[in-house]
Design a protein around this ligand. Structure first.
Ligand code: FES
Length: 112
């Protein structure tokens, strides 16, 4: 198990344990972390699962060429940008992941 801290765009932190070998997106889904869309279902075809890995990048699998090409389409690209459906948890952690605000699809938001 690896500790992953998911930080929402509004600063809310979720600290969870994720199994080694799972993707950062699977860890988010299993723990109901809001804000990660993943429109293509993890097929490296949409870039809506874009996150920033601010700690523990070396504890994630390296981005392959497909991911690198796709993540370039994500708004707000940074050196620590990853598509979380492609980032497999490999090391001991801890890993810290920031979810950008623009991943949220306003159309799908349920009004409060
Ligand atoms: Fe579409 Fe990750 S879910 S690229």
């Amino acid at each position: 198990m690896v500790k992953i801290t998911y930080i929402e765009f509004n600063g809310t932190e979720h600290i969870v344990d994720v199994e080694t070998g799972m993707t950062v997106m699977e860890g988010a889904r299993d723990n109901n972390i809001p804000g990660i869309e993943g429109d293509c279902g993890g097929a490296c075809a949409c870039s809506t699962c874009h996150v920033y890995v601010t700690q523990g990048m070396s504890d994630c699998s390296e981005a392959d060429e497909d991911e690198e090409d796709r993540v370039e389409e994500a708004p707000g690209l940074q050196i620590n940008s990853r598509l979380c459906c492609q980032a497999v948890v490999e090391g001991d952690g801890p890993i810290v992941v920031h979810v950008p605000s623009w991943n949220r699809n306003a159309v799908k938001e349920v009004p409060h």
